[in-house]
Design a protein around this ligand. Structure first.
Ligand code: WT7
Length: 635
């Protein structure tokens, strides 16, 4: 019996139990029935979290692009694989069929080979959200080159650090990029970065902006003329199951970014399987994830997971606010999007602008709404549910990480009953554990602690590029024989999980453990509040006290700030208890955010603790300018 597509709750429990009792049999069946292999594995799983080492489908041979492209050609050749929606709504959308994708990936792969790229070489891809980004990624995979996609919003310094860390030989970029009303000089950033990257000998430049740019003799080449003369047939390189597929950098709480290494077979199997079930994808659906391919969400759920299922995946170049705040919903209507996957930060930003721009569009094609990247607060959840899903599209709050490769805890829509702010149940094959500070696993329900995973799953990152020791220390040293996620979580009375935030954000006030997420939830319920972030700062009597940074909505009426402070603390008292009241509340125009939209609490914590000379590098923030104004208005 195939367990590939789960359709109701009993089936979930039954398949889940099987995946835990006989993980090897379970994953072997999935791998055997739903993917194409050049050679089958010798063993399904070998692992030891002490070394640490994890190998899935050892000995198997395959190429992921044969699974994502070639095998669909006979049955889905004319089906749209990638649906490109440009930044400018007046520019026509582009439908790239599976047949065309195959040709373009093969041409690109031949260009890479022609430029001397071989299996195992690292190629840096610094390209905006245009089709070439997905195609370059797949072209690397076609010839066994390891791609390292760097989000095309990172600075030259950040780019150079990443290029050098993994010794990339080549950079693929574009002459520039469109982001809303802005044009970004991407090639200029690459030129600046490459002054510090002696290992890069070739830069391939896609044309998007059609501007005059500097091309360095002997190093830089326009991509299109090379593609035009390349053959559209390229034999897939036969890869071992455990050959690296890509490196993707993620920031650690300290130190340089960590180059997480994902390998081929396990990553493919797990991202494809989660995609199918978490989105309940059906053959004629149009699926849209608004993330950038520069993040793991884009790797797993714009490129590999959807294409492995023969899906139509929408790739959007622009931003939610251009030309106005209705753009997302305009696209949903225009392309009849069935599954929509975004981040809470986007939902909150859009909610701030009211429902008029939502109600102008027909959203009846939507069947599933997804959330990812941070805890979704209660107010945002309800806004999303009421106004976008019209209370009939389940919201999947998907918890996972760059390191996990795929979704770990998530409802399966139409299968798992949802609950606001809860990621609900572990996905098939995932064995979470909640442990206390000493590392004892807390059994039963109604427990809260640190979230670990007890057993390997197919898409776990295998190492940190060039630093296996750091991999071991970061993920496998805190708790014996478990992968430590760095997050806190609770399991409620029915066994549902709620992620309470990074454990480094937990604040102990008068001996009480307080998660920042529930306090922020309470604050965000206040009608005047747009967003909030809580950090701890030293306090004589309590040990730590709470400092809240709050941005307000642009609502018409003006209230006194002191009254607002009282109302907010009353809300917290009502929702959590007086223990969670804030000692200081600072209203600010914005909160410092990473390029992926996460609030940088580390910076806010330093400001609250009066450690302004020790803020670290703020230049890679989305909005570095807010930092000074927060410092200037510090309480
Ligand atoms: C961290 C991982 C997952 C891909 C994008 C982010 C937080 C992620 C949720 C969620 C609460 C979440 C966690 C996690 N996080 N999803 N649904 N609910 N928190 O990947 O940049 O590697 O970040 O994001 O704290 O550890 P990432």
């Amino acid at each position: 019996m195939s367990n590939y597509h789960i359709k109701h709750l009993e089936e979930y429990y039954q398949v889940y139990r099987k995946s835990i009792r006989e993980p090897e049999n379970f994953w072997e069946e999935i791998a055997e029935e739903h993917f194409v292999w050049r050679k089958k594995w010798n063993s399904v799983l070998e692992w030891d979290f002490k070394i640490p080492e994890v190998k899935w489908f050892s000995g198997a041979k395959l190429n992921i692009t044969e699974n994502c492209i070639d095998r669909h050609l006979a049955t889905r050749g004319d089906k749209t694989a990638i649906l490109f929606e440009p930044n400018d709504p007046k520019e026509a959308a582009e439908h790239i069929s599976y047949t065309e994708l195959s040709k373009r990936v093969n041409q690109f792969a031949n260009v890479l080979k022609d430029k001397g790229i071989q299996k195992g070489d690292r190629v840096c891809i610094y390209v905006p959200m245009i089709p070439e980004l997905a195609i370059a990624t797949l072209a690397c995979a076609r010839i066994g080159a390891i791609h390292s996609v760097v989000f095309a919003g990172f600075s030259a310094v950040a780019l150079a650090t990443r290029i050098n860390d993994s010794d990339c030989k080549m950079v693929i970029t574009s002459d520039g990029s469109y982001r809303g009303a802005k044009i970004i000089d991407l090639k200029g950033i690459v030129d600046e970065a490459l002054e510090h990257c002696p290992g890069v000998s070739t830069v391939l430049v896609a044309k998007r902006i059609h501007s005059e740019i500097y091309m360095k003799e002997g190093r830089d080449q326009w991509l299109q003329p090379l593609l035009d003369t390349a053959s559209n047939v390229c034999e897939a390189e036969i890869m071992d199951a455990e050959d690296p597929l890509f490196i993707l950098y993620t920031s650690g709480s300290t130190g340089t970014p960590k180059g997480m290494v994902h390998t081929t077979a396990g990553y493919m199997v797990y991202t494809a399987y989660t995609f199918k079930n978490a989105f309940q994808y059906k053959e004629n659906d149009v699926y849209w994830c608004t993330a950038d391919i520069g993040w793991i969400t884009g790797h797993s759920y714009i490129v590999y997971g959807p294409l492995a299922n023969g899906a139509t995946t929408l790739l959007f170049e622009g931003v939610p606010s251009y030309p106005d705040f209705g753009r997302f919903w305009e696209i949903v209507e225009k392309h009849k999007v069935s599954q929509f996957y975004t981040a809470p930060t986007a939902i909150r930003a859009l909610a701030k602008h009211g429902t008029e721009v939502v109600d102008a569009y027909d959203l009846s094609s939507l069947k599933v709404l997804g959330s990812v990247g941070e805890p979704i607060n209660e107010e945002a959840w309800h806004w999303y549910n009421d106004n976008i899903g019209k209370k009939k599209s389940p919201i999947i709050d998907t918890w996972w990480q760059t390191e996990t490769g795929g979704m770990m805890i998530t409802p399966i829509p139409y299968v798992t009953p949802t609950k606001p702010t809860y990621a609900t149940l572990p996905f098939i094959g995932i064995q979470p554990a909640i442990v206390d500070e000493k590392g004892n696993e807390l059994s039963g329900n109604q427990v809260e602690g640190r979230l670990c995973i007890k057993f390997p799953w197919p898409s776990i990152a295998r190492t940190i590029w060039g630093n296996h020791q750091r991999y071991k220390e970061t993920y496998f040293s805190a708790y014996k024989n478990m992968y430590f996620t760095g997050d806190g979580a609770l399991r409620d009375e029915v066994g549902y999980y709620r992620i309470t935030g990074r454990v480094d954000d937990v604040i102990i006030v008068s001996g009480h453990n307080l998660g920042t997420a529930p306090i922020e939830d309470a604050i965000n319920e206040h009608p005047a509040v747009a967003e909030s972030a809580i950090v701890g700062f030293p306090h004589d009597i309590k040990g730590s006290a709470l400092y809240g940074y709050i941005t307000l909505k642009d609502i018409g009426e003006s209230r006194s700030q002191d009254n607002l402070r009282k109302e907010i603390n009353q809300l917290i008292t009502d929702r959590i208890g007086p223990i969670a009241k804030l000692d200081k509340i600072q209203f600010s125009e914005g909160l410092p955010k990473t390029r992926s939209g996460k609030i940088m609490r580390r910076i806010l914590r330093k400001i609250a603790c009066n450690e302004m000379d020790n803020l670290g590098d703020v230049s890679t923030l989305l909005n570095p300018e807010v930092v000074q104004s927060i410092i200037d208005n510090r309480l």
